[in-house]
Design a protein around this ligand. Structure first.
Ligand code: GSH
Length: 199
């Protein structure tokens, strides 16, 4: 088993999908959480200057979704066939496109709050409707077993619901999918023990 070190801030953020995958696969790793104050010193030492990064026996992989896709493949959660893999990727990218609409780093709190409210009120319904249609009455987004797309929905919707608790009330099937992911024993244990952070 390679030696894994995941570096990010003390947030769920863009590293949490990787932490879910490590937890589910039962793979040991170092969950290295940077102090914000140390970041300016560390940033220039990191290829491409952004986190998360994953070190695999010293080889540095950047981009959260590249890291997560690698971990999903390693743990059998990428999809069972090439088509399932493409569909799981597509769901992840669809959710990620939406998450990237938010001005996460905006310093002006009024501007930030307005933008968040606008996206959650006016843009989220379309995404949720499409995800609900795609899921239909299936147990998981893709194929017959859980994939990293289901994990990504849980991770991202946890953050979205923290901003707007009734966001998905019209979509009980999407909420039930969250419940199924969070009931997986390894995921339930991770959620229980992870550091509690706002996002
Ligand atoms: N698309 C990249 C990914 O998914 O890994 C985005 C990485 C990114 O923007 N990371 C932020 C960061 O490193 C934290 S979420 N911010 C500090 C900086 O840019 O100096």
């Amino acid at each position: 088993m390679p030696n894994y070190k995941l570096t990010y801030f003390n947030l769920r953020g863009r590293a949490e999908i990787c932490r879910y995958l490590f937890a589910y696969a039962g793979i040991k790793y170092e969950d290295h959480r940077l102090e914000g104050a140390d970041w300016p010193k560390i940033k220039p030492t990191i290829p491409f200057g952004k986190v998360p990064i994953l070190e695999v026996d010293g080889v540095i992989i950047h981009q959260s979704l590249a890291i997560a896709r690698y971990l999903a493949r390693e743990s059998g959660l990428a999809g069972q066939t090439p088509v399932e893999q493409a569909l799981a990727d597509a769901i992840v990218d669809t959710i990620d496109d939406f998450m990237m609409l938010f001005p996460w780093a905006e310093k002006n709190q009024d501007v930030k709050e307005k933008a968040f409210n606008d996206i959650l009120t006016n843009k989220a319904p379309e995404l949720l409707k499409d995800l609900d249609t795609f899921l239909g009455d299936k147990k998981w987004f893709v194929g017959k077993s859980v994939t990293w797309a289901d994990f990504y929905w849980d991770v991202c919707s946890t953050t979205l619901l923290s901003y707007k608790a009734d966001l998905a009330d019209k979509y009980p099937r999407l909420l039930a999918l969250r419940d199924r992911v969070e009931a997986l024993p390894a995921i339930a244990a991770w959620i229980q023990k992870r550091p509690k952070t706002a996002i």
